[in-house]
Design a protein around this ligand. Structure first.
Ligand SMILES: [Zn+2]
Length: 299
Protein backbone atom coordinates (compact mmCIF):
# COMPACT_ATOMS: atom_id res chain seq x y z
CA UNK A 1 0.00 0.00 0.00
CA UNK A 2 1.26 3.46 -0.93
CA UNK A 3 -0.03 6.75 0.43
CA UNK A 4 0.02 10.03 -1.45
CA UNK A 5 -1.29 13.40 -0.32
CA UNK A 6 -1.84 16.47 -2.46
CA UNK A 7 -1.76 19.80 -0.67
CA UNK A 8 -3.84 22.02 -2.92
CA UNK A 9 -4.96 25.61 -2.54
CA UNK A 10 -8.60 24.58 -2.04
CA UNK A 11 -8.43 20.98 -0.90
CA UNK A 12 -6.12 18.44 0.66
CA UNK A 13 -6.56 15.09 -1.03
CA UNK A 14 -5.29 11.71 0.12
CA UNK A 15 -5.09 8.44 -1.74
CA UNK A 16 -4.07 4.86 -0.97
CA UNK A 17 -2.82 2.72 -3.86
CA UNK A 18 -2.30 -1.03 -3.74
CA UNK A 19 0.73 -2.85 -5.20
CA UNK A 20 -0.86 -2.72 -8.68
CA UNK A 21 -1.40 1.05 -8.28
CA UNK A 22 -5.15 0.68 -8.04
CA UNK A 23 -6.92 3.31 -5.95
CA UNK A 24 -8.23 1.70 -2.73
CA UNK A 25 -9.10 4.89 -0.88
CA UNK A 26 -9.48 8.52 -1.83
CA UNK A 27 -10.64 11.40 0.33
CA UNK A 28 -10.71 15.20 0.28
CA UNK A 29 -10.63 17.81 3.04
CA UNK A 30 -10.88 21.57 2.58
CA UNK A 31 -7.46 23.25 2.97
CA UNK A 32 -8.78 26.40 4.70
CA UNK A 33 -5.51 28.08 3.78
CA UNK A 34 -6.61 31.37 5.37
CA UNK A 35 -6.27 29.62 8.76
CA UNK A 36 -2.51 29.60 8.27
CA UNK A 37 0.50 27.34 8.05
CA UNK A 38 0.23 25.36 11.31
CA UNK A 39 -3.39 24.48 10.61
CA UNK A 40 -2.47 23.25 7.12
CA UNK A 41 0.24 21.00 8.60
CA UNK A 42 -2.36 19.65 11.07
CA UNK A 43 -4.84 18.94 8.30
CA UNK A 44 -2.24 17.04 6.24
CA UNK A 45 -1.56 14.98 9.40
CA UNK A 46 -5.31 14.31 9.75
CA UNK A 47 -5.45 13.16 6.14
CA UNK A 48 -2.39 10.94 6.64
CA UNK A 49 -4.04 9.33 9.66
CA UNK A 50 -7.20 8.64 7.63
CA UNK A 51 -5.10 7.07 4.84
CA UNK A 52 -3.19 4.92 7.36
CA UNK A 53 -6.49 3.67 8.79
CA UNK A 54 -7.69 2.79 5.28
CA UNK A 55 -4.37 1.11 4.40
CA UNK A 56 -4.32 -0.80 7.70
CA UNK A 57 -0.70 0.22 8.27
CA UNK A 58 1.64 3.13 8.71
CA UNK A 59 4.08 3.29 5.79
CA UNK A 60 7.75 4.29 6.14
CA UNK A 61 7.40 6.98 3.52
CA UNK A 62 4.65 9.23 2.17
CA UNK A 63 4.65 11.35 -1.00
CA UNK A 64 3.25 14.86 -0.74
CA UNK A 65 2.44 17.12 -3.67
CA UNK A 66 2.73 20.84 -2.98
CA UNK A 67 2.46 24.07 -4.89
CA UNK A 68 5.85 25.65 -5.64
CA UNK A 69 8.97 23.80 -4.61
CA UNK A 70 11.50 23.31 -1.86
CA UNK A 71 14.43 25.71 -2.13
CA UNK A 72 17.77 24.06 -2.82
CA UNK A 73 19.45 26.62 -0.57
CA UNK A 74 17.75 26.01 2.78
CA UNK A 75 14.95 23.47 2.38
CA UNK A 76 12.16 26.00 2.87
CA UNK A 77 9.27 26.37 0.43
CA UNK A 78 9.21 28.90 -2.41
CA UNK A 79 6.84 29.90 -5.22
CA UNK A 80 3.70 28.58 -3.47
CA UNK A 81 0.42 30.30 -4.33
CA UNK A 82 -0.70 29.18 -0.88
CA UNK A 83 1.67 31.90 0.22
CA UNK A 84 1.75 31.03 3.94
CA UNK A 85 3.89 28.00 2.95
CA UNK A 86 6.64 30.20 1.52
CA UNK A 87 9.76 30.43 3.65
CA UNK A 88 8.58 27.57 5.91
CA UNK A 89 10.45 24.25 6.34
CA UNK A 90 7.44 22.19 5.25
CA UNK A 91 9.15 18.83 4.84
CA UNK A 92 10.70 18.99 8.30
CA UNK A 93 7.43 20.07 9.90
CA UNK A 94 5.42 17.38 8.10
CA UNK A 95 7.92 14.68 9.07
CA UNK A 96 7.50 15.77 12.68
CA UNK A 97 3.70 15.91 12.50
CA UNK A 98 3.28 12.66 10.55
CA UNK A 99 6.09 10.71 12.22
CA UNK A 100 7.27 9.30 8.90
CA UNK A 101 9.61 10.14 6.04
CA UNK A 102 8.10 12.69 3.66
CA UNK A 103 9.07 13.19 0.01
CA UNK A 104 7.87 16.49 -1.44
CA UNK A 105 7.33 17.23 -5.11
CA UNK A 106 5.62 19.97 -7.07
CA UNK A 107 1.95 19.10 -7.66
CA UNK A 108 2.02 19.77 -11.41
CA UNK A 109 5.14 17.62 -11.81
CA UNK A 110 3.29 14.82 -10.02
CA UNK A 111 0.22 15.31 -12.18
CA UNK A 112 2.31 15.07 -15.36
CA UNK A 113 4.15 12.03 -14.04
CA UNK A 114 0.99 10.15 -13.03
CA UNK A 115 -0.66 10.79 -16.39
CA UNK A 116 2.57 9.80 -18.20
CA UNK A 117 2.92 6.51 -16.31
CA UNK A 118 -0.71 5.46 -15.81
CA UNK A 119 -3.02 7.84 -17.65
CA UNK A 120 -3.68 9.77 -20.84
CA UNK A 121 -0.03 10.52 -21.65
CA UNK A 122 1.26 6.93 -21.57
CA UNK A 123 3.74 6.22 -24.36
CA UNK A 124 4.67 9.84 -25.10
CA UNK A 125 8.37 10.68 -24.83
CA UNK A 126 8.08 14.28 -23.64
CA UNK A 127 4.94 15.21 -21.70
CA UNK A 128 3.94 18.71 -20.66
CA UNK A 129 1.39 18.38 -17.88
CA UNK A 130 -0.73 21.42 -17.15
CA UNK A 131 -2.78 22.22 -14.07
CA UNK A 132 -5.49 24.79 -14.55
CA UNK A 133 -7.11 25.14 -11.16
CA UNK A 134 -6.91 27.52 -8.21
CA UNK A 135 -3.49 28.27 -9.69
CA UNK A 136 -1.77 27.46 -12.97
CA UNK A 137 1.10 24.99 -12.87
CA UNK A 138 3.02 22.83 -15.26
CA UNK A 139 5.38 19.88 -15.17
CA UNK A 140 7.67 18.14 -17.61
CA UNK A 141 8.13 14.39 -17.84
CA UNK A 142 10.89 13.17 -20.10
CA UNK A 143 11.07 9.43 -20.88
CA UNK A 144 9.02 8.52 -17.82
CA UNK A 145 10.92 10.72 -15.38
CA UNK A 146 10.10 14.10 -13.87
CA UNK A 147 12.41 16.81 -15.20
CA UNK A 148 12.62 19.13 -12.18
CA UNK A 149 15.08 21.63 -13.62
CA UNK A 150 18.19 23.17 -12.08
CA UNK A 151 16.13 25.33 -9.67
CA UNK A 152 13.04 23.10 -9.46
CA UNK A 153 11.34 25.61 -11.73
CA UNK A 154 10.85 23.52 -14.86
CA UNK A 155 7.37 23.82 -16.32
CA UNK A 156 6.33 26.89 -14.29
CA UNK A 157 4.55 28.57 -17.18
CA UNK A 158 1.99 30.01 -14.74
CA UNK A 159 4.37 32.91 -14.15
CA UNK A 160 5.22 33.68 -17.74
CA UNK A 161 4.09 37.27 -18.15
CA UNK A 162 1.92 37.67 -21.21
CA UNK A 163 -0.04 40.88 -20.52
CA UNK A 164 1.95 43.92 -19.44
CA UNK A 165 -1.12 45.71 -18.09
CA UNK A 166 -2.65 42.52 -16.70
CA UNK A 167 -3.68 41.86 -13.10
CA UNK A 168 -0.98 41.89 -10.40
CA UNK A 169 0.29 38.51 -9.23
CA UNK A 170 1.44 37.38 -5.78
CA UNK A 171 4.86 36.64 -7.34
CA UNK A 172 5.45 40.35 -7.87
CA UNK A 173 4.73 40.29 -11.62
CA UNK A 174 1.79 41.53 -13.66
CA UNK A 175 -0.24 39.67 -16.24
CA UNK A 176 1.17 36.25 -15.33
CA UNK A 177 -0.58 33.33 -17.03
CA UNK A 178 -1.97 32.36 -13.62
CA UNK A 179 -3.66 35.75 -13.25
CA UNK A 180 -5.47 35.13 -16.57
CA UNK A 181 -6.17 31.38 -16.73
CA UNK A 182 -6.74 30.17 -13.16
CA UNK A 183 -10.31 29.41 -12.08
CA UNK A 184 -10.55 32.40 -9.69
CA UNK A 185 -9.00 34.69 -12.36
CA UNK A 186 -11.54 33.70 -15.01
CA UNK A 187 -14.40 34.02 -12.50
CA UNK A 188 -13.19 37.50 -11.51
CA UNK A 189 -12.94 38.57 -15.14
CA UNK A 190 -16.41 37.15 -15.84
CA UNK A 191 -17.87 39.01 -12.85
CA UNK A 192 -16.49 42.26 -14.25
CA UNK A 193 -17.76 41.63 -17.78
CA UNK A 194 -21.19 40.32 -16.78
CA UNK A 195 -21.74 42.57 -13.76
CA UNK A 196 -22.31 39.76 -11.24
CA UNK A 197 -20.29 36.86 -9.80
CA UNK A 198 -20.93 33.25 -10.82
CA UNK A 199 -19.08 29.93 -10.72
CA UNK A 200 -17.00 29.15 -13.80
CA UNK A 201 -19.20 26.26 -14.93
CA UNK A 202 -22.18 28.61 -15.02
CA UNK A 203 -20.25 31.18 -17.08
CA UNK A 204 -19.35 28.47 -19.59
CA UNK A 205 -22.97 27.31 -19.74
CA UNK A 206 -24.15 30.86 -20.38
CA UNK A 207 -21.56 31.25 -23.16
CA UNK A 208 -22.82 28.08 -24.86
CA UNK A 209 -26.36 29.40 -24.62
CA UNK A 210 -25.26 32.50 -26.51
CA UNK A 211 -24.97 35.13 -23.76
CA UNK A 212 -22.74 37.78 -25.35
CA UNK A 213 -20.75 38.81 -22.26
CA UNK A 214 -20.13 35.19 -21.21
CA UNK A 215 -19.11 34.34 -24.77
CA UNK A 216 -16.61 37.20 -24.67
CA UNK A 217 -15.16 35.86 -21.43
CA UNK A 218 -14.81 32.34 -22.80
CA UNK A 219 -13.26 33.52 -26.10
CA UNK A 220 -10.81 35.72 -24.21
CA UNK A 221 -9.89 32.80 -21.95
CA UNK A 222 -9.30 30.45 -24.92
CA UNK A 223 -7.24 33.05 -26.77
CA UNK A 224 -5.03 33.61 -23.70
CA UNK A 225 -4.69 29.85 -23.28
CA UNK A 226 -3.49 29.58 -26.89
CA UNK A 227 -1.03 32.44 -26.49
CA UNK A 228 0.38 31.12 -23.20
CA UNK A 229 0.66 27.47 -24.19
CA UNK A 230 2.23 28.28 -27.56
CA UNK A 231 5.08 30.02 -25.69
CA UNK A 232 5.79 26.72 -23.93
CA UNK A 233 5.44 24.67 -27.13
CA UNK A 234 8.01 26.90 -28.85
CA UNK A 235 10.59 26.05 -26.17
CA UNK A 236 9.80 22.48 -25.17
CA UNK A 237 7.99 21.11 -28.25
CA UNK A 238 6.49 18.27 -26.20
CA UNK A 239 5.11 15.04 -27.70
CA UNK A 240 1.80 15.75 -25.98
CA UNK A 241 0.15 18.14 -23.54
CA UNK A 242 -2.17 16.78 -20.85
CA UNK A 243 -4.54 19.04 -18.95
CA UNK A 244 -5.75 18.70 -15.37
CA UNK A 245 -7.30 20.83 -12.63
CA UNK A 246 -10.92 21.94 -12.36
CA UNK A 247 -10.68 24.41 -15.27
CA UNK A 248 -9.47 21.60 -17.59
CA UNK A 249 -13.03 20.27 -17.63
CA UNK A 250 -14.03 23.04 -20.08
CA UNK A 251 -14.55 21.06 -23.32
CA UNK A 252 -13.77 24.06 -25.53
CA UNK A 253 -10.09 23.89 -24.48
CA UNK A 254 -9.67 20.76 -26.61
CA UNK A 255 -11.23 22.28 -29.73
CA UNK A 256 -11.18 26.10 -29.91
CA UNK A 257 -8.37 26.25 -27.35
CA UNK A 258 -6.27 23.93 -29.46
CA UNK A 259 -6.94 26.07 -32.55
CA UNK A 260 -5.80 29.12 -30.59
CA UNK A 261 -2.54 27.34 -29.69
CA UNK A 262 -1.95 26.60 -33.40
CA UNK A 263 -2.40 30.27 -34.26
CA UNK A 264 0.38 31.29 -31.85
CA UNK A 265 2.88 28.46 -32.40
CA UNK A 266 5.92 29.44 -34.47
CA UNK A 267 5.22 28.32 -38.07
CA UNK A 268 1.63 27.44 -37.09
CA UNK A 269 2.32 23.72 -37.35
CA UNK A 270 1.03 22.04 -34.21
CA UNK A 271 0.17 18.33 -34.39
CA UNK A 272 0.85 17.14 -30.84
CA UNK A 273 -2.31 16.12 -28.98
CA UNK A 274 -3.81 18.14 -26.14
CA UNK A 275 -5.21 15.41 -23.93
CA UNK A 276 -7.76 15.44 -21.16
CA UNK A 277 -6.62 13.90 -17.88
CA UNK A 278 -7.59 10.24 -17.38
CA UNK A 279 -6.91 9.84 -13.67
CA UNK A 280 -9.38 12.48 -12.55
CA UNK A 281 -8.88 16.22 -12.52
CA UNK A 282 -6.51 15.85 -9.56
CA UNK A 283 -4.15 13.11 -10.69
CA UNK A 284 -1.34 14.80 -8.76
CA UNK A 285 -2.34 12.83 -5.68
CA UNK A 286 -1.77 9.58 -7.62
CA UNK A 287 1.68 10.90 -8.54
CA UNK A 288 2.33 11.57 -4.85
CA UNK A 289 1.54 7.91 -4.06
CA UNK A 290 3.85 6.80 -6.91
CA UNK A 291 6.55 8.90 -5.24
CA UNK A 292 5.95 6.97 -2.03
CA UNK A 293 6.22 3.70 -3.98
CA UNK A 294 9.55 4.82 -5.45
CA UNK A 295 10.72 5.90 -1.99
CA UNK A 296 9.80 2.49 -0.52
CA UNK A 297 11.71 0.70 -3.29
CA UNK A 298 14.79 2.83 -2.73
CA UNK A 299 14.55 2.15 1.03
ZN1 LIG B 1 3.15 35.47 -11.14
Amino acid sequence: MFIGIDLGGTKIEGVVLDEAYRVCFRERLPTHRHQGYERIVDRVAEMFAACCRAAGKRPRVVGVGTPGAMSLADGTMKNCNTTCLNGRPLRRDLEQALGTKVILENDANLFAWAEALLGAARGYEVVFGVILGTGVGGGIVWQGKIWPGAHRLAGEWGHHRIAEQGPPCYCGGRGCVETLLSGPAVEAYAAKERGFPAPLAEVVRAARQGEVAARRVLDHFLERFGHALANVINILDPSCVVLGGGVSNIDELYTYGREAVSRYVFGREFCAPILRHQLGDSAGVIGAALLAAEGERQG
